[in-house]
Design a binder for this molecule. Structure first.
Ligand code: LRH
Ligand code: MN
Length: 382
């Protein structure tokens, strides 16, 4: 398949919560025109697909995207040309989860958390989603606060019950994060812990790599190559960061890292093997829909550069032990300006060559500011 065909087949999933207000513990800056409900969030996600052509699904987060009729929400999405992607559980915002959700010392709280995860599988059934994404904020802040080993037993018990509930075509993706909101030990802190739990459970349990969830200096593309080799890489939560889990636009802080990650995905046969390429970002100060469009373009550019790597020349240089030549092959691809190629591709897809300019001129930015007056703007609050 030629490069353009591979790029045309790209599938990037945008997160419903990126269209709502978001911020930090210091401040959430409300923006005019922000959606008030999941229907409006999906309408905004459909705009990103309309102008990029490669963002056909939107991930939901429960309860942020709770509705009375999930089948109707999926119908609404279909009518707008998009589909419902991963269902994200949320066991990190209820008062009961202060000392943990599925790892909580209190069996009543564990039961409540597990029931929420099972409810999310029901929502997958109702929306036609095949992916449940599990992130646990669970952890402890002080040594001795709880038994690290016992918390792993509780986690394994919960994951086993959820795994058993999955339908034959469904899977769950277990997300890890090395700290925050817990500041001493997190129960799923790294890829190894997530991988070990998923390996024990079976093929419908895979790992999701959130690019903002690693200790500084972590070689993320090594983790990607390893998990791919094991058939345990289920997806990505793409974003970028300068310091911690900053949730900035993917590729904004480190476009070279994104290129290296996409190269390992392609080299490992993961580009067309059901890996979920999801964005997980917060546009705290920049306009949300343009922020998502720019992010999708950043993934496209990194992917195009990675697809341009001369694999034969690279293999020859690597086999010959020619360090500089091998590095040069990769850098030549990375230093290639792929924007003209992508602009051509968009025109072949009957899209405007510059999605940012096309969206800005579409009238939609003004339309949502005019129409979306009153009601409560969507955000991270339930
Ligand atoms: C946790 C996380 C997780 C989501 C949340 C919105 O930091 O990355 O993927 O549930 O962000
Ligand atoms: Mn994430």
């Amino acid at each position: 398949m030629d490069i353009k065909a591979q790029l045309r087949a790209q599938h990037i999933e945008t997160p419903s919560w990126a269209y709502g207000n978001s911020g930090t513990r210091f401040k959430v800056f409300a923006q005019r025109g922000v959606p008030r409900d999941p229907y409006e969030k999906i309408a905004d996600a459909a705009q990103v697909h309309l102008f990029t052509g490669v963002a056909p699904t939107v991930a939901l987060h429960i309860p942020w995207d709770r509705v009375d009729d999930y089948a109707d929400l999926a119908r609404h999405a279909r009518e707008l040309g998009v589909g419902i992607g991963a269902i994200n559980s949320n066991v990190f915002q209820d008062d009961d989860y202060m000392l943990g959700s599925v790892t909580n010392p209190d069996a009543r709280v564990r039961r409540k958390a597990i029931q929420h995860l099972l409810d999310c599988v029901d929502i997958m059934d109702a929306t036609g989603s095949d992916t449940l994404k599990l992130w646990f904020s669970d952890g402890i802040n002080y040594p001795g606060q709880d038994d690290i080993r016992a918390r792993q037993d509780r986690l394994a018990e919960a994951l086993t019950e959820v795994y058993a509930r999955l339908g034959p075509s469904q899977r769950f993706l277990l997300e890890y994060k090395f700290f925050e909101p817990a500041f001493y030990a997190t129960d799923v802190p790294d890829w190894g812990t997530a991988y070990a739990h998923c390996l024990r459970l079976g093929p419908q349990a895979q790992v999701v790599v959130d690019t903002g969830h690693h200790a500084p200096g972590t070689n993320i593309e090594f983790i990607v190559a390893f998990l791919l080799r094991e058939g345990k890489l289920g997806g990505f939560d793409f974003n970028s960061r300068f310091y911690a889990d900053d949730d900035l636009m993917v590729g904004a802080a480190d476009p070279f890292q994104l290129f290296r990650i996409m190269y390992e995905v392609i080299r490992g046969g993961g580009y067309t093997s059901g890996i979920a390429f999801m964005l997980d970002q917060c546009h705290n100060i920049e306009p949300k829909i343009p922020g998502q469009i720019r992010s999708v373009m950043n993934v496209q550019e990194a992917t195009a550069k990675a697809l341009l790597v001369d694999r034969a020349a690279l293999a020859n240089a690597q086999t010959a032990g020619d360090v500089l030549a091998a590095n040069a092959v990769l850098m030549d691809a990375y230093n290639t300006d792929v924007r003209p190629l992508l602009a051509d591709l968009r025109q072949e897809m009957s899209l405007a060559p510059d999605p940012m300019a096309a969206y800005a001129a579409s009238g939609y930015p003004e339309k949502i500011v005019t129409e979306r007056v009153g009601g409560a703007q969507a955000g991270w609050g339930a």
